[in-house]
Write a protein that binds this ligand. Structure first.
Ligand SMILES: Nc1ncnc2c1ncn2[C@@H]1O[C@H](COP(=O)(O)OP(=O)(O)O)[C@@H](O)[C@H]1O
Ligand SMILES: CC(=O)N[C@@H](CCC(=O)OP(=O)(O)O)C(=O)O
Length: 302
């Protein structure tokens, strides 16, 4: 009996959050490290289905870095990264398109449907929603760095995404874009920045990054040093102090950029933990790190 009461308590705790986020869009970024584990994906897709069912509009943006690297190696191409971005020549681009935009994209959408939900894979063959241009980075001397077919998103077809959400269909978006100059060139986009662009364009209430760590930590190798809630200013300070480094820097910087553009809360959580997405969104304490605007009220265990 006690157990049953506790289960009901959990539902009541979730009620507050379900009512707060009903009818609002949440962008969920699925990273390659999470997608390496089929069990983790199934649980995440179930969480996404739950969110959709209770009226919170989830939008999935995904990467697939690990699978792309594997396919490249199979084809005899050695992956090379320039400042966290994959150098993408023509042959690599074909692999990225096949693996990311079709295989992973369609299997995620199919996964949601197999669980009983409705989903739409939004790729170059069905309906592309990301448009952009070649990304030009500069080295420390101000010289352009050649990344090949790597892009940045400049325009998002937000109407198509929102229309699907309103119809109860989960949009599933791969991190590739079409050049906006009419050339038909396809470009490979870093998935964290693609998710950021989508969240801004659809004016998402929340952006959730599913990573392979439990969030931002005070000591990066100590899971017990998790920081539950961070304001933008505190996050900037942790970057300055070197507490946040390596792959977490671009992720947190993407979070800060998104906060500036109207998205209220961003979560970084461990996608490998069963139901981490639901726990983060629908419980008072949450399981990862939330990054909120300066002056905003923390909801995450603070
Ligand atoms: N303060 C920190 N807290 C947590 N992780 C950190 C921190 N600083 C650096 N990191 C590193 O950032 C990594 C997450 O970034 P990344 O590998 O790019 O994620 P993903 O592949 O999920 O996009 C972690 O695995 C960790 O090694
Ligand atoms: C330009 C660039 O680097 N694109 C990424 C796109 C996939 C991605 O970002 O996947 P994760 O989220 O799994 O890292 C790549 O080719 O790996």
């Amino acid at each position: 009996m006690q157990q049953a009461i506790e289960k009901a308590d959990v539902l009541i705790e979730a009620l507050r959050w379900i009512r707060t986020f009903r009818g609002k869009i949440t962008v969920i970024k699925l990273g390659g490290s999470v997608m390496e584990e089929q069990r983790a994906i199934t649980h995440l897709l179930l969480d996404i289905l739950f969110m959709e069912t209770v009226g919170m509009q989830p939008v999935v943006v995904h990467g697939g870095g690990a699978a792309i690297s594997r396919a490249m190696q199979k084809a005899g191409i050695q992956p090379r990264f320039v400042r966290g971005r994959r150098y993408t020549d023509e042959e690599t681009l074909k692999i990225v398109e096949e693996v990311l935009a079709y295989e992973i994209n369609e299997s995620l959408a199919r996964g949601i449907e197999e669980l009983g939900g409705r989903a739409q894979a939004l790729n170059f063959r069905t309906k592309n929603v990301l448009f952009g241009r070649k990304l030009v980075l500069q080295d420390e001397n101000g010289e352009p760095v050649d990344l090949g077919y790597v892009g940045e998103v400049t325009r998002v077809d937000a109407d198509t995404i929102k229309e699907l959400c309103n119809q109860g269909v989960v949009p599933v978006i791969p991190s590739m874009c079409l050049a906006d100059d009419g050339s038909g060139v396809k470009l490979n986009v870093n998935a964290d920045t693609a998710a950021t662009a989508v969240a801004q364009a659809v004016k998402a209430e929340k952006l959730v990054f599913l990573s392979d760590v439990n969030g931002v930590r005070l000591r990066k190798d100590d899971p017990n040093s998790l920081i539950h809630s961070l304001t933008a200013e505190q996050a900037r300070e942790l970057i300055r102090q070197g507490v946040i480094d390596a792959g977490m820097i671009p992720k947190v910087e993407a979070c800060l950029e998104t906060l500036k553009h109207g998205v209220n809360k961003i979560h970084i959580i461990d996608g490998r933990l069963r139901h981490s997405l639901l726990l983060e969104v629908y419980t008072t304490k949450g399981v990862g790190t939330e990054i909120i605007r300066d002056g905003a009220t923390p909801s995450n265990g603070a």
